[in-house]
Write a protein that binds this ligand. Structure first.
Ligand code: 2P0
Length: 335
């Protein structure tokens, strides 16, 4: 018998991934860029056990058994096994029992599949002693998962090869490069989203002309500008690019037919609050970004956390619960 346990954190994109050119291999139509949070906060934990006595492969997600039939899960497993060390021998024949759980409320709807698949693939790769980059394998589980394989600031290069071999993640800068950076996660709603990212982006690829323009004309330039802003620690530029990219992604969602609505009135009120605050300060001190849901992620530097949390509590008084459950400052992953 052999057991491996790993943890992997979520990542929050500042240049968004939206749209695939290959559904099976999960190849994107544009590059994307994110920061990976610290493992002290929102992360997945996966334990894999293999034994010659196990009769079948089994999977438990958040303490509930789920089917092992998932195509994405099996794609990841097969790919890891294909790259397994020749020294694994009979280990490769033994059946697996996998337990995966998130230490953050799945209700928050925050990149749980990214952390989950990054963690699963990392654990499998450790078990079968895979060498080299494994982000391309995590990508087969969920596109954004490839970015959680690395810490700090991470770019998912869309790649050009039909095989997807070059569609992998690379680290742009370690978290230690910008240690003052913080993320505040605002849980606006824990409702399950009506349209999953996978089906939403498929519909966008099929119906939105704006998405093609974004992928071909805007993202390549914006990614270069974003990397420059991160490397030079230019928060003003970083914040503007982050907010513009979030807004453009949601414009594509609106241009999708039928449209996907992910933000709600509270999300829009947060956008207005951030712009009002930045205007009052005379420059960008906070940036918002929204994924495929109404919850906001605010990027800001450490110095402004206290003031912003006070402002949020003033404008959006929490319900009768501990505010710290709602508003948390997360340092990004140190790697
Ligand atoms: C991102 N999102 O870059 C973007 C922003 C949502 C909005 O990556 O179909 O769950 O599994 O590849 O990775 C969500 O997409 O989709 C996502 P699949 P995934 O973070």
């Amino acid at each position: 018998m052999k057991t491996v346990t790993c943890i992997a954190p979520v990542n929050i994109a500042v240049i968004k991934y939206w749209g695939k050119r290959d559904e099976d291999l999960i190849l994107p139509i544009n590059d994307s860029l994110s920061s990976t949070l610290s493992t002290d906060y929102m992360c997945s934990k996966t334990t894999i056990m293999v034994s010659p006595t196990f009769k079948e492969n089994r999977f438990w997600l958040n303490n509930k058994e789920v089917t092992f039939d998932s195509e994405r899960l099996n794609n990841c497993l097969n790919e890891v096994k294909r790259r397994a060390s020749p020294t694994c021998g009979e280990l490769l024949q033994w059946k697996l029992h996998i337990c995966s759980e998130n230490n953050f409320p799945t209700a928050a709807g925050l990149a749980s599949s990214a952390a989950g698949y990054a963690c699963l693939v990392y654990a499998l790769a450790a078990l079968y002693r895979v060498e080299g980059d494994i982000s391309g394998i995590a990508r087969r589980g969920s596109g954004s998962a490839c970015r959680s394989i690395y810490g700090g600031w991470v770019r998912w290069n869309k790649g050009t090869l039909p095989s997807g071999e070059d569609s992998i993640a690379t680290q742009v800068a370690p978290a230690s490069h910008w240690p003052e950076m913080r993320i505040i996660v605002l849980v606006v709603s824990d409702d399950k989203k009506k349209t999953s990212s996978t089906s939403g982006m498929k519909r966008s690829v099929e119906t939105s002309e704006f998405l093609k323009d974004r992928a071909e004309k805007v993202v390549p330039r914006r990614t270069d500008e974003m990397i420059e802003a991160i490397k030079s620690k230019n928060f003003e530029a970083f914040a503007q690019l982050t907010m513009q990219d979030s807004n453009q992604f949601h414009s594509v969602c609106l241009d999708t037919y039928p449209p996907c609505f992910y933000m709600n009135d509270v999300s829009r009120a947060i956008i207005e609050m951030v712009h009002a605050y930045n205007e009052y300060k005379g420059s960008n001190k906070v940036a918002y970004t929204f994924d495929a849901g109404p919850n906001a992620c605010l990027y800001l530097l450490e110095d402004h956390v206290e003031e912003i949390v006070a402002l949020i509590n003033e404008i959006f008084p929490p319900l009768a619960v501990d505010a710290t459950e709602y508003f948390r400052g997360y340092p990004i992953h140190v790697n």
